[in-house]
Design a protein. Structure first.
Lengths: 76, 380
């Protein structure tokens, strides 16, 4: 049957991460996104390395097949 | 058993299988009937197949449209707790339309366009705010974004349904074939809009937020002033050059009014600007890498064209060169959660902007840097 109808592509949702960066030493820490996270928000946590102020520096989505897809992209 | 039936078939169809196979009238009928049938009804068969194909896609679009509507209603109900049932109001928004001004006017239509768009924005915003008392600007802009996506989905569904029904009624192959050809692109756009709603609900940055993200970092710790509706600006310094930074006010989902901000800063306040640098997300071509950074000349800003006109007009009047730094992405990437590749282009974009400042301006000169795009999930 799959010859006629083709394989159905399974749509996968990205995993959303929040990257926290220490304002003083630049130490980065990645964790799963939580509600009310936004970029350049000062968090209540302190840096594990130097106890400096930690700020959210990035929020992004990572797709499960991203690495495989990257290989197929023609670089220009 | 098998060889027996094959022999029998050979007797009917085969060229030399039977004694009278060449002259058997049944052979002619069986050969020519399908050809004749396809000649007469071929297009009808094709129409049926296309109709069934489009019908499936239309059902998908209908589901997406309904989901978007329900998500918008749920978000309004849960997050802003309106005094009355929001269903009626949301349905009203979904059918809201804007009539563009006549383009025959020789005096120019940009002013009229600006007026129409402002009126629409203000009307929608005031209607949203009337849903619940004391709603924050951030929530209002999120609701506005969600409703915009739901309205776009509703419009796609209605247009496709219109052409589907028209094609079905007239059995016009030309209408149906055109519809079938654009359907994958429309479905792709509809899926992106649906994914955008979840990003809007959660207040997550989207691909288009890369411009405000770059400028937002430069603004941290500086005194911010409002320069236009939902648009902030700050002053800074870099290697003995004065920097004026402009972006939409975050972390709500706003694009601000950068055109108006530039007009005020340069035209009204009278700042002497020696270069304008605009940072924005731009559409990539198929095969190009998501998150690739490129630089060029001109006003890097999308939309209906009013803001672009305003910036170009000021730049031309005061002979200010406009430089553009863009981050390439697809339309789907631009309206859904920011991809890792786009986020990782941050350092490259920042370095490009700083090297542009160093190369194109001299010591003591002033540069206006504008982060263009939706600032959803990006503060400053």
């Amino acid at each position: 049957m799959w010859l006629f109808f083709g394989k159905k592509k399974k749509k996968e949702d990205p995993t959303i991460y929040t990257v926290e960066t220490c304002h003083d030493c630049g130490e980065k820490n990645r964790r799963i996104f939580e509600p009310n996270d936004y970029i350049y928000k000062k968090t209540t946590t302190t840096c594990k390395k130097c106890t400096g102020i930690v700020m959210i520096s990035a929020v992004y989505g990572e797709y499960p097949l991203e690495k495989q897809k990257q290989k197929n992209v023609i670089a220009v | 058993m098998l060889s027996f039936s094959l022999l029998q078939l050979n007797g009917i169809f085969g060229p030399g299988g039977g004694s009278d196979s060449g002259t058997n009238p049944l052979t002619y009928v069986l050969w020519f009937a399908p050809i004749f049938l396809l000649m007469v009804y071929g297009q009808k068969f094709q129409s049926w197949m296309i109709l069934s194909d489009v019908s499936k896609s239309l059902t998908k679009l209908k589901t997406m449209k309904e989901t978007a509507r329900n998500e918008a209603i749920d978000y309004v109900k849960i997050s802003i707790k309106p005094s009355a049932d929001p269903c009626e109001k949301v349905d009203k928004f979904l059918e809201y339309f804007t009539i563009m001004p006549v383009d025959l006017d020789p005096n120019g239509i940009v002013g009229k366009l600006d007026h129409v768009i402002r009126t629409r924005d203000e009307r929608i915003r005031s209607e949203i705010k009337r849903m619940a008392e004391g709603m924050t600007e951030s929530h209002a802009s999120r609701v506005e974004n969600i409703l915009e996506a739901a309205t776009a989905l509703n419009m796609i569904y209605k247009v496709v349904r219109h052409f589907y029904l028209m094609g079905k009624r007239t059995t016009s192959m030309f209408v149906l074939v055109q519809l079938q050809m654009v359907m994958p692109l429309l479905l792709q756009e509809a899926e992106a809009l649906q994914s955008a709603i979840s990003a809007f609900k959660e207040g997550q940055p989207i691909g288009d937020s890369i411009g405000p993200m770059i400028v937002g970092k430069m603004m941290i710790g500086k005194d911010k002033k409002m320069i236009a509706r939902e648009t902030v600006y700050t002053e800074g310094e870099y290697m003995n050059r004065k920097l004026y930074l402009v972006k939409a006010e975050g972390p709500g989902g706003a694009v601000g009014r950068p055109g108006e901000a530039v007009q005020r800063l340069v035209g009204e306040i009278g700042l002497k600007i020696d270069a304008i640098i605009m940072i924005d997300a731009a559409l990539k071509l198929e095969g190009e890498k998501t998150g690739a950074v490129a630089e060029g000349i001109g006003a890097a800003i999308g939309g209906i064209g009013v803001e672009k006109y305003q910036i170009e007009e000021v730049a031309t009047r005061f002979s200010i060169p406009v430089y553009a730094v863009i981050v390439k992405q697809s339309i789907q990437d631009a309206i859904t959660i920011m991809r890792k590749e786009i986020s990782e282009s941050f350092d490259k974009v920042s370095n490009t902007v700083f090297s542009l400042i160093e190369d194109k301006t001299s010591l003591g000169e002033s540069v206006l840097i504008i982060g263009i795009g939706n600032t959803l999930g990006v503060a400053q």
